[in-house]
Design a protein around this ligand. Structure first.
Ligand code: KG4
Ligand code: ZN
Length: 368
């Protein structure tokens, strides 16, 4: 059944990685989105000494902060729990300890205030995030580029996703983070590499073009990472200019790879729409070089590029609340008992890989 109430207000909770986030979003009658609050606590300092996200520390940090973050999100929205229509929460994929913290909190709020609970796939949050602030009607081609995932998907409608390709090794954001580590730029890697690159020459190092001779829409970042490592270790202490040049050359090579594989996906999807749209979402979509290369291929092919503002590209509670609101409005939510018993999921693909192209196998299935 489709909900016909004039507007829907949803609290969204996100704890799948190292951001503790909560937001209140209102879906107006007619489908417009109003973000009433969006509170994000990023745990960089908690993990800084370890050079990467430590799952146990992330989970503990979510436990310590989530209560206050949710309280702030509700206060900034000027919203009482009784005025909400639902609570949406990331139920996966992600670091399972962190997901469990958010899910437990959301279940408690839903039970205490007798609200529907909507378990949301984090990737669906990213997939729909552009629809909060931009004119992004279905269908569109989605380039999902984050710290854990790199995929090209055809988004035909809510819950209707077809995977065209995915990374066979590292995710795009992971490559930025590892490059930042090799260059000793600190974290968050992506923004640090981007700012170091602004003072560098992108044509100084000719880094590889991954999968250049392979058709299709899969990605690979491990060769690029190795090339950066070999360049850094081959130097006796890189100068500030060397670091800037390596960052710029890496960023250029990564953006070129993303654009080249996206071009292949566009070729597959051509002729399906009079005004085809490419949505780029996830943390790496905040990168200006990535955006300008995607813009260039869109311009060349007569497509429109749509990206959410940077704060909605990286992890946030608003996109989870919005995915919940879209699902509630469309009547695509599980019944109460099923929702309240939803388990936290480390892996939860949005769409299965194309037949015969089940990539990145192994015991646990595809990585990213
Ligand atoms: O979407 P997100 O916040 O979390 C995941 O779901 O993974 O993405 C985080 C990733 C990190 O790897 C981060 O380094 C990368 O996005 N990132 C960027 C930029 N901002 C964040 N990468 C390149 N340039 C940026 N400006
Ligand atoms: Zn994410």
């Amino acid at each position: 059944m489709t909900r016909s109430s004039p507007s829907i207000s949803v609290l969204g909770i996100e704890t799948s990685c190292d951001d503790t986030a909560a937001a209140v979003v209102r879906r107006e009658a007619g489908g417009r989105c109003r973000i009433l609050s969006n509170v994000v606590w990023t745990q960089y300092d908690d993990h800084a000494a370890y050079g990467g996200v430590v799952p146990e520390i992330a989970a503990r940090s979510h436990v310590e902060r989530l209560d206050g973050i949710v309280t702030r999100a509700m206060a900034e929205a000027g919203m009482a729990y009784g005025a909400l229509d639902a609570v949406a929460v990331t139920a996966g994929p992600g670091l399972v300890g962190g997901v469990m913290v958010g899910l437990t909190m959301a279940k408690a709020i839903a039970l205490a205030h007798d609200l529907p609970l909507i378990p949301v796939n984090h990737l669906e949050g990213h997939a729909l995030s552009a629809r909060m602030t931009e004119d992004a009607p279905f269908p569109y081609l989605l380039l999902l580029i984050s710290g854990g995932h790199t995929q090209l998907l055809e988004v035909a409608g809510l819950g209707r996703y077809r995977r065209l390709g995915a990374t066979i090794d590292d995710a795009a954001g992971e490559a930025f983070d590892k490059t930042a580590k090799l260059l000793e730029l600190g974290q968050p890697g992506g923004p640090r590499v981007e700012s170091a690159a602004s003072g560098g020459r992108a044509d100084r190092y000719d880094f590889p073009k991954p999968l250049e001779k392979r058709e299709g829409c899969d990605f690979s970042f491990s060769g690029l990472k190795t090339a950066v490592r070999e360049t850094v270790t081959g130097m006796a202490g890189p100068s500030g200019q060397d670091v800037a040049d390596i960052a710029a050359s890496f960023q250029y090579a990564a953006a070129r790879h993303l654009a080249q594989r996206t071009q292949n996906a566009m070729d597959l999807m051509d002729d399906r729409d009079d005004s085809p749209r490419l949505v780029a979402a996830g943390g790496v979509a905040a990168n200006c070089t990535v955006k300008s290369m995607l813009d260039a291929i869109c311009e060349r092919n007569g497509w429109r590029l749509i990206t959410p503002p940077a704060k909605y590209c990286t992890d946030n509670g608003a996109m989870i609340a919005w995915a919940g609101a879209e699902r509630l409005a469309a009547g695509k939510v599980p019944d109460r008992d099923l929702a309240l018993s939803a388990p936290p999921r480390a892996r939860w693909p949005l769409a299965p890989p194309p037949k015969g192209r089940e990539i990145g196998g192994g015991r646990k299935g595809p990585r990213a």
